[in-house]
Design a protein around this ligand. Structure first.
Ligand code: IPM
Ligand code: MN
Length: 356
Protein backbone atom coordinates (compact mmCIF):
# COMPACT_ATOMS: atom_id res chain seq x y z
CA UNK A 1 0.00 0.00 0.00
CA UNK A 2 1.11 3.60 -0.64
CA UNK A 3 1.22 5.81 2.43
CA UNK A 4 1.64 9.48 1.77
CA UNK A 5 1.88 11.41 5.01
CA UNK A 6 2.53 14.96 6.20
CA UNK A 7 4.90 15.29 9.14
CA UNK A 8 4.44 18.31 11.39
CA UNK A 9 6.95 18.22 14.26
CA UNK A 10 5.98 21.63 15.71
CA UNK A 11 7.69 23.09 18.77
CA UNK A 12 9.48 22.07 21.96
CA UNK A 13 9.94 18.32 22.17
CA UNK A 14 7.82 17.91 19.01
CA UNK A 15 10.73 17.36 16.60
CA UNK A 16 12.42 14.76 18.87
CA UNK A 17 9.35 12.65 19.51
CA UNK A 18 8.11 12.86 15.93
CA UNK A 19 11.50 11.70 14.68
CA UNK A 20 11.13 8.51 16.71
CA UNK A 21 7.53 7.96 15.62
CA UNK A 22 8.60 8.45 12.03
CA UNK A 23 11.42 5.92 12.40
CA UNK A 24 8.93 3.44 13.81
CA UNK A 25 6.57 4.19 10.92
CA UNK A 26 9.37 3.60 8.41
CA UNK A 27 10.32 0.30 10.06
CA UNK A 28 6.72 -0.91 9.97
CA UNK A 29 6.34 0.08 6.32
CA UNK A 30 9.53 -1.74 5.44
CA UNK A 31 8.45 -4.85 7.28
CA UNK A 32 5.01 -5.02 5.67
CA UNK A 33 6.12 -3.85 2.24
CA UNK A 34 4.33 -0.49 2.19
CA UNK A 35 5.65 2.43 0.24
CA UNK A 36 6.00 5.42 2.52
CA UNK A 37 6.41 8.95 1.24
CA UNK A 38 6.35 11.97 3.48
CA UNK A 39 6.95 15.68 3.54
CA UNK A 40 7.65 17.86 6.56
CA UNK A 41 6.10 21.26 7.29
CA UNK A 42 6.04 23.88 10.03
CA UNK A 43 3.27 24.76 12.47
CA UNK A 44 3.12 26.65 15.79
CA UNK A 45 5.75 28.97 17.27
CA UNK A 46 8.39 27.92 14.73
CA UNK A 47 5.97 28.85 11.94
CA UNK A 48 5.31 32.25 13.51
CA UNK A 49 9.04 32.86 13.66
CA UNK A 50 9.50 31.84 10.04
CA UNK A 51 6.39 33.30 8.40
CA UNK A 52 4.33 35.23 10.98
CA UNK A 53 1.54 32.65 10.58
CA UNK A 54 1.22 29.70 13.01
CA UNK A 55 -0.50 27.57 10.31
CA UNK A 56 0.94 28.71 6.98
CA UNK A 57 -1.01 28.07 3.78
CA UNK A 58 1.79 25.83 2.51
CA UNK A 59 1.35 23.60 5.58
CA UNK A 60 -2.39 23.45 5.04
CA UNK A 61 -1.96 22.53 1.38
CA UNK A 62 0.43 19.75 2.32
CA UNK A 63 -2.05 18.40 4.91
CA UNK A 64 -4.89 18.50 2.39
CA UNK A 65 -3.01 16.49 -0.20
CA UNK A 66 -1.68 13.91 2.28
CA UNK A 67 -3.43 10.73 3.45
CA UNK A 68 -2.64 11.40 7.11
CA UNK A 69 -0.84 13.93 9.28
CA UNK A 70 1.60 12.95 12.01
CA UNK A 71 1.87 15.86 14.40
CA UNK A 72 4.08 16.52 17.44
CA UNK A 73 3.22 19.45 19.66
CA UNK A 74 3.08 23.21 19.65
CA UNK A 75 3.58 25.95 22.18
CA UNK A 76 6.37 28.10 23.55
CA UNK A 77 6.99 29.82 26.88
CA UNK A 78 7.70 32.97 24.90
CA UNK A 79 3.95 33.16 24.25
CA UNK A 80 2.60 31.50 27.38
CA UNK A 81 4.02 34.31 29.46
CA UNK A 82 2.79 37.04 27.18
CA UNK A 83 -1.02 37.21 27.27
CA UNK A 84 -0.94 40.27 25.02
CA UNK A 85 0.70 38.44 22.10
CA UNK A 86 -1.55 38.95 19.07
CA UNK A 87 -0.47 35.80 17.26
CA UNK A 88 -0.13 32.62 19.32
CA UNK A 89 1.20 29.15 18.45
CA UNK A 90 -2.02 27.51 19.68
CA UNK A 91 -3.92 29.39 16.99
CA UNK A 92 -2.00 27.26 14.51
CA UNK A 93 -3.36 24.06 15.98
CA UNK A 94 -6.88 25.45 16.20
CA UNK A 95 -6.69 26.68 12.59
CA UNK A 96 -5.45 23.28 11.46
CA UNK A 97 -8.32 21.51 13.24
CA UNK A 98 -10.88 23.96 11.87
CA UNK A 99 -9.62 24.06 8.29
CA UNK A 100 -9.31 20.28 8.11
CA UNK A 101 -12.80 19.94 9.64
CA UNK A 102 -11.49 17.67 12.41
CA UNK A 103 -14.56 17.71 14.58
CA UNK A 104 -13.72 14.65 16.67
CA UNK A 105 -10.68 13.95 18.77
CA UNK A 106 -10.49 10.35 19.85
CA UNK A 107 -8.42 9.70 22.94
CA UNK A 108 -8.18 6.09 24.09
CA UNK A 109 -7.20 5.64 27.73
CA UNK A 110 -5.76 2.32 28.74
CA UNK A 111 -3.27 1.13 31.24
CA UNK A 112 -0.07 -0.78 30.55
CA UNK A 113 0.19 -3.48 33.24
CA UNK A 114 3.91 -2.86 33.77
CA UNK A 115 3.20 0.76 34.63
CA UNK A 116 0.40 0.41 37.13
CA UNK A 117 2.71 1.31 39.98
CA UNK A 118 3.34 4.69 38.31
CA UNK A 119 -0.31 5.61 38.48
CA UNK A 120 -1.26 8.09 41.19
CA UNK A 121 -4.27 5.82 41.77
CA UNK A 122 -4.31 2.56 43.64
CA UNK A 123 -3.69 -0.44 41.41
CA UNK A 124 -7.11 -1.95 42.14
CA UNK A 125 -8.81 1.23 40.90
CA UNK A 126 -6.88 1.63 37.72
CA UNK A 127 -6.01 -1.87 36.51
CA UNK A 128 -9.22 -2.42 34.54
CA UNK A 129 -9.57 1.10 33.21
CA UNK A 130 -10.08 1.03 29.45
CA UNK A 131 -12.11 3.81 27.95
CA UNK A 132 -12.21 6.23 25.11
CA UNK A 133 -12.88 9.92 25.31
CA UNK A 134 -14.38 11.48 22.23
CA UNK A 135 -13.84 15.19 22.42
CA UNK A 136 -15.69 17.59 20.12
CA UNK A 137 -12.88 19.56 18.50
CA UNK A 138 -14.09 22.38 16.28
CA UNK A 139 -16.83 24.04 18.31
CA UNK A 140 -17.74 25.10 21.81
CA UNK A 141 -15.74 27.50 23.92
CA UNK A 142 -12.65 27.27 21.75
CA UNK A 143 -14.34 28.63 18.67
CA UNK A 144 -17.53 30.45 19.75
CA UNK A 145 -17.81 34.12 18.87
CA UNK A 146 -17.86 36.78 20.22
CA UNK A 147 -14.50 36.31 21.82
CA UNK A 148 -12.31 39.16 22.90
CA UNK A 149 -11.49 42.03 25.17
CA UNK A 150 -13.34 45.27 25.78
CA UNK A 151 -11.76 48.49 24.62
CA UNK A 152 -10.64 49.48 28.12
CA UNK A 153 -9.11 46.03 28.52
CA UNK A 154 -11.00 45.28 31.73
CA UNK A 155 -13.56 42.80 30.55
CA UNK A 156 -13.35 39.77 28.30
CA UNK A 157 -15.74 37.34 26.72
CA UNK A 158 -15.66 33.79 25.35
CA UNK A 159 -18.70 32.08 23.90
CA UNK A 160 -19.79 28.47 24.05
CA UNK A 161 -21.93 27.78 20.99
CA UNK A 162 -23.13 24.57 19.33
CA UNK A 163 -25.71 23.77 16.70
CA UNK A 164 -27.65 20.59 16.05
CA UNK A 165 -25.49 19.47 13.15
CA UNK A 166 -22.28 19.70 15.18
CA UNK A 167 -23.78 17.78 18.08
CA UNK A 168 -25.43 15.10 15.97
CA UNK A 169 -22.30 14.22 14.03
CA UNK A 170 -20.13 13.82 17.11
CA UNK A 171 -22.78 11.79 18.96
CA UNK A 172 -23.20 9.57 15.92
CA UNK A 173 -19.48 8.87 15.88
CA UNK A 174 -19.50 8.21 19.62
CA UNK A 175 -22.36 5.73 19.27
CA UNK A 176 -20.46 3.97 16.49
CA UNK A 177 -17.39 3.57 18.70
CA UNK A 178 -19.51 2.44 21.65
CA UNK A 179 -21.12 -0.14 19.36
CA UNK A 180 -17.68 -1.59 18.55
CA UNK A 181 -16.67 -1.67 22.22
CA UNK A 182 -18.55 -2.51 25.41
CA UNK A 183 -21.74 -0.72 24.31
CA UNK A 184 -21.93 2.03 26.87
CA UNK A 185 -21.90 5.74 26.05
CA UNK A 186 -21.51 8.43 28.70
CA UNK A 187 -22.63 11.86 27.51
CA UNK A 188 -20.73 14.35 29.66
CA UNK A 189 -22.19 17.83 30.01
CA UNK A 190 -23.21 20.58 32.40
CA UNK A 191 -26.91 20.49 31.58
CA UNK A 192 -27.86 21.75 35.03
CA UNK A 193 -26.30 25.12 34.13
CA UNK A 194 -25.47 25.52 30.44
CA UNK A 195 -27.93 25.88 27.55
CA UNK A 196 -25.50 24.27 25.08
CA UNK A 197 -25.33 21.26 27.39
CA UNK A 198 -29.11 21.03 27.48
CA UNK A 199 -29.12 20.96 23.68
CA UNK A 200 -26.49 18.18 23.72
CA UNK A 201 -28.54 16.19 26.17
CA UNK A 202 -31.80 16.71 24.27
CA UNK A 203 -30.22 15.56 21.02
CA UNK A 204 -28.61 12.56 22.73
CA UNK A 205 -32.03 11.62 24.13
CA UNK A 206 -33.51 11.87 20.64
CA UNK A 207 -30.77 9.68 19.16
CA UNK A 208 -30.50 7.06 21.92
CA UNK A 209 -33.52 4.97 20.76
CA UNK A 210 -31.79 4.43 17.39
CA UNK A 211 -29.03 2.57 19.25
CA UNK A 212 -31.05 0.14 21.34
CA UNK A 213 -28.10 -2.13 22.12
CA UNK A 214 -26.10 0.74 23.60
CA UNK A 215 -26.66 2.00 27.11
CA UNK A 216 -26.64 5.81 27.22
CA UNK A 217 -25.64 7.41 30.49
CA UNK A 218 -25.71 11.16 31.20
CA UNK A 219 -23.24 12.72 33.56
CA UNK A 220 -22.33 16.23 34.67
CA UNK A 221 -18.75 17.12 33.92
CA UNK A 222 -17.80 17.78 37.55
CA UNK A 223 -19.09 14.36 38.48
CA UNK A 224 -17.24 12.82 35.54
CA UNK A 225 -13.98 14.42 36.73
CA UNK A 226 -14.52 12.75 40.08
CA UNK A 227 -15.47 9.40 38.61
CA UNK A 228 -12.37 9.24 36.42
CA UNK A 229 -10.28 8.95 39.57
CA UNK A 230 -12.78 7.03 41.69
CA UNK A 231 -14.02 4.42 39.29
CA UNK A 232 -12.34 4.76 35.88
CA UNK A 233 -13.29 1.25 34.83
CA UNK A 234 -16.95 2.27 34.80
CA UNK A 235 -16.44 4.16 31.53
CA UNK A 236 -16.48 2.73 28.04
CA UNK A 237 -16.94 5.63 25.61
CA UNK A 238 -17.48 9.17 26.80
CA UNK A 239 -18.35 12.06 24.53
CA UNK A 240 -18.14 15.70 25.43
CA UNK A 241 -17.75 19.35 24.53
CA UNK A 242 -14.37 20.67 23.36
CA UNK A 243 -13.10 22.24 26.57
CA UNK A 244 -14.58 19.63 28.91
CA UNK A 245 -12.80 17.03 26.80
CA UNK A 246 -9.53 18.93 26.93
CA UNK A 247 -9.61 18.99 30.71
CA UNK A 248 -10.92 15.47 31.32
CA UNK A 249 -8.37 13.86 29.00
CA UNK A 250 -5.42 15.45 30.80
CA UNK A 251 -6.86 14.02 33.98
CA UNK A 252 -7.45 10.65 32.35
CA UNK A 253 -3.96 10.56 30.89
CA UNK A 254 -2.16 10.67 34.22
CA UNK A 255 -4.10 7.79 35.71
CA UNK A 256 -2.36 5.57 33.17
CA UNK A 257 0.99 6.39 34.73
CA UNK A 258 2.27 9.21 32.56
CA UNK A 259 0.94 11.90 30.30
CA UNK A 260 3.62 10.85 27.86
CA UNK A 261 1.61 7.79 26.89
CA UNK A 262 -1.69 8.96 25.48
CA UNK A 263 -2.11 9.15 21.72
CA UNK A 264 -5.01 10.66 19.85
CA UNK A 265 -6.63 10.77 16.47
CA UNK A 266 -8.43 13.83 15.17
CA UNK A 267 -10.89 12.90 12.47
CA UNK A 268 -13.55 14.66 10.45
CA UNK A 269 -14.05 16.05 6.99
CA UNK A 270 -10.53 16.06 5.53
CA UNK A 271 -7.15 14.51 6.35
CA UNK A 272 -6.96 13.01 9.85
CA UNK A 273 -4.29 14.19 12.28
CA UNK A 274 -2.53 11.88 14.71
CA UNK A 275 -1.02 13.55 17.73
CA UNK A 276 0.02 12.91 21.33
CA UNK A 277 -2.29 14.60 23.80
CA UNK A 278 0.57 16.17 25.76
CA UNK A 279 2.04 19.55 24.96
CA UNK A 280 5.43 20.79 23.79
CA UNK A 281 7.17 20.37 27.19
CA UNK A 282 9.67 23.18 26.45
CA UNK A 283 11.73 22.47 29.58
CA UNK A 284 12.78 19.16 28.04
CA UNK A 285 13.30 20.35 24.47
CA UNK A 286 16.64 19.36 22.99
CA UNK A 287 17.59 17.24 26.02
CA UNK A 288 16.73 13.87 24.50
CA UNK A 289 14.66 12.91 27.57
CA UNK A 290 11.07 13.26 26.36
CA UNK A 291 8.88 10.19 26.16
CA UNK A 292 8.19 9.42 22.48
CA UNK A 293 5.55 6.75 23.22
CA UNK A 294 2.43 8.90 22.92
CA UNK A 295 3.55 9.93 19.44
CA UNK A 296 4.59 6.39 18.55
CA UNK A 297 1.16 5.18 19.69
CA UNK A 298 -0.40 7.96 17.61
CA UNK A 299 1.42 6.46 14.62
CA UNK A 300 -0.25 3.15 15.53
CA UNK A 301 -3.64 4.88 15.41
CA UNK A 302 -2.62 6.34 12.06
CA UNK A 303 -2.01 2.90 10.57
CA UNK A 304 -5.35 1.70 11.88
CA UNK A 305 -7.66 4.67 11.34
CA UNK A 306 -6.17 6.34 8.27
CA UNK A 307 -5.11 3.21 6.39
CA UNK A 308 -7.11 0.37 7.92
CA UNK A 309 -3.82 -1.46 8.62
CA UNK A 310 -4.71 -3.18 11.87
CA UNK A 311 -1.82 -5.64 12.08
CA UNK A 312 0.67 -2.82 11.65
CA UNK A 313 -0.95 -0.80 14.44
CA UNK A 314 -1.04 -3.85 16.70
CA UNK A 315 2.66 -4.51 16.13
CA UNK A 316 3.54 -0.98 17.22
CA UNK A 317 1.48 -1.37 20.36
CA UNK A 318 3.12 -4.70 21.04
CA UNK A 319 6.56 -3.12 20.60
CA UNK A 320 5.66 -0.36 23.04
CA UNK A 321 4.47 -2.83 25.67
CA UNK A 322 7.62 -4.91 25.14
CA UNK A 323 9.89 -1.87 25.55
CA UNK A 324 8.27 -1.17 28.90
CA UNK A 325 8.63 -4.73 30.02
CA UNK A 326 12.27 -4.69 28.95
CA UNK A 327 12.77 -1.50 30.97
CA UNK A 328 13.76 0.61 27.99
CA UNK A 329 11.78 3.67 29.05
CA UNK A 330 12.27 7.40 29.53
CA UNK A 331 12.58 8.95 32.97
CA UNK A 332 8.87 9.77 33.37
CA UNK A 333 7.90 6.10 33.42
CA UNK A 334 10.77 4.32 35.12
CA UNK A 335 9.67 1.98 37.92
CA UNK A 336 11.55 0.31 40.78
CA UNK A 337 14.83 2.14 40.25
CA UNK A 338 15.09 1.35 36.53
CA UNK A 339 17.65 3.37 34.59
CA UNK A 340 16.12 6.12 32.49
CA UNK A 341 16.71 5.83 28.76
CA UNK A 342 16.83 8.64 26.27
CA UNK A 343 14.23 9.49 23.65
CA UNK A 344 16.45 8.11 20.89
CA UNK A 345 17.30 4.93 22.81
CA UNK A 346 13.61 4.17 23.21
CA UNK A 347 12.99 4.87 19.52
CA UNK A 348 15.89 2.67 18.45
CA UNK A 349 14.72 -0.15 20.72
CA UNK A 350 11.28 -0.03 19.11
CA UNK A 351 12.72 -0.07 15.59
CA UNK A 352 14.90 -3.07 16.43
CA UNK A 353 11.90 -4.91 17.92
CA UNK A 354 9.80 -4.23 14.83
CA UNK A 355 12.55 -5.39 12.46
CA UNK A 356 12.82 -8.76 14.19
C1 IPM B 1 -4.67 19.60 23.40
C2 IPM B 1 -3.92 20.86 23.74
C3 IPM B 1 -4.49 22.00 22.89
C4 IPM B 1 -5.95 22.13 23.21
C5 IPM B 1 -3.77 23.34 23.04
C6 IPM B 1 -2.28 23.23 22.80
C7 IPM B 1 -4.39 24.40 22.17
O1 IPM B 1 -4.02 21.15 25.09
O2 IPM B 1 -4.59 19.15 22.23
O3 IPM B 1 -5.33 19.05 24.27
O4 IPM B 1 -6.30 22.78 24.21
O5 IPM B 1 -6.75 21.59 22.49
MN1 MN C 1 -5.08 19.63 26.25
Amino acid sequence: MKLNIAVLPGDGIGPEIVEQALNVTKAVCEKFGHELTYETAIVGACAIDATGNPYPDATHELCMKSDAVLFGAIGSPKYDNDPSAKVRPEQGLLAMRKKLGLYANIRPVNVFPSLISRSPLRADLVENADFMCIRELTGGLYFGRPQGRSEDGNSAVDTCAYNREEIERILKLAYEYAGQRRKKLTVVDKANVLETSRLWRQIAQEMAPSYPDIETEYMFVDNAAMRIIQWPSSFDVMVTENMFGDILTDEASVITGSMGLLPSASVGLHTSVFEPIHGSYPQAAGKNIANPLATVLSAALMFEYAFGLMEEGALIRQAVAASMEAGCVTEDITVNGQTAHSTTQVGEWLVEYIKK
